[in-house]
Design a protein around this ligand. Structure first.
Ligand SMILES: Cc1cc2nc3c(=O)[nH]c(=O)nc-3n(C[C@H](O)[C@H](O)[C@H](O)COP(=O)(O)O)c2cc1C
Length: 207
């Protein structure tokens, strides 16, 4: 039987809620990526210009070797890894980017939360970015995407026009999107996740 772990990254709780449902549904272990990568070393709430994964690695408080060892130890007992991340600049958040690059030889399911509407080009491209970050020899079994409430602190800064890369945007469209996202993930999303997790579990047994 395929043994699963659900590893997630979450600042405001959207991704965590979905991860908890997935783990419960699959009978999987649950791990917050922060427990391995730490919290003080990478600030996720800010919105400064994006940095490459290599720069992230260099800024880690723990050495690359220690991180590799810790991740290998944590993941070694599992055949299946479900990774849950939130979108930051159209890609997995920094901690998840590091995690993804260290996963190899596993059955993988990806899920993501984001302020953008479900099924948009933005969110589909993000899956391609997440997949390209994975280490070698994995098999991606499926993907799940869900809009999630956006941190009010970020919304405030966007409304003030102080976030680089977003100046001159259509603020009325943004306000509508943020309002629609404010109640997500909702009960329907949690049920969708339960269905997805069940499906991934069954798929992994077959493939
Ligand atoms: C700094 C920052 C950058 C973000 N960038 C994006 C983005 O590029 N695309 C998007 O759809 N949502 C973006 N969001 C929204 C988050 O991905 C979304 O609110 C997510 O559900 C947060 O997950 P969490 O509650 O698990 O932390 C961003 C949020 C923050 C704080």
């Amino acid at each position: 039987m395929v043994k699963w772990i659900v590893v997630y990254s979450s600042v405001t709780g959207n991704t965590r809620k979905l991860a908890e449902v997935a783990a419960r549904e699959m009978g999987a272990d649950l791990l917050n990526v922060q427990e391995i990568i730490g919290s003080a070393d990478i600030r996720e709430e800010d919105d400064e210009e994006s940095v490459s994964i290599d720069v992230c690695r260099n800024s880690l408080a723990i050495s690359s070797e220690t991180l590799d060892r810790k991740l290998e130890e944590k993941l070694s007992g599992y055949d299946g890894v479900m990774v849950g991340y939130w979108l930051r600049k159209g890609a997995p958040d920094r901690k998840s980017s590091i995690l993804l690059s260290r996963i190899s030889g596993k059955k993988v399911a990806l899920f993501q939360t984001h302020g953008a509407y479900d099924g948009t080009e933005h969110t589909i491209t993000a899956f391609a970015r997440a997949g390209s970050m994975l280490g070698p020899g994995n098999r991606i079994l499926g993907t799940f995407s869900c809009q999630g409430a956006v941190n009010p602190a970020l919304i405030k800064r966007r409304l003030e026009g102080s976030v680089p890369g977003h100046r001159g945007e259509d603020l009325e469209a943004c306000k509508k999107r943020w309002a629609d996202a404010a109640t997500r993930p909702n009960e329907n999303d949690l049920q969708r996740m339960a269905d997805f997790a069940k499906k991934m579990k069954a798929t992994a047994e077959r493939e």
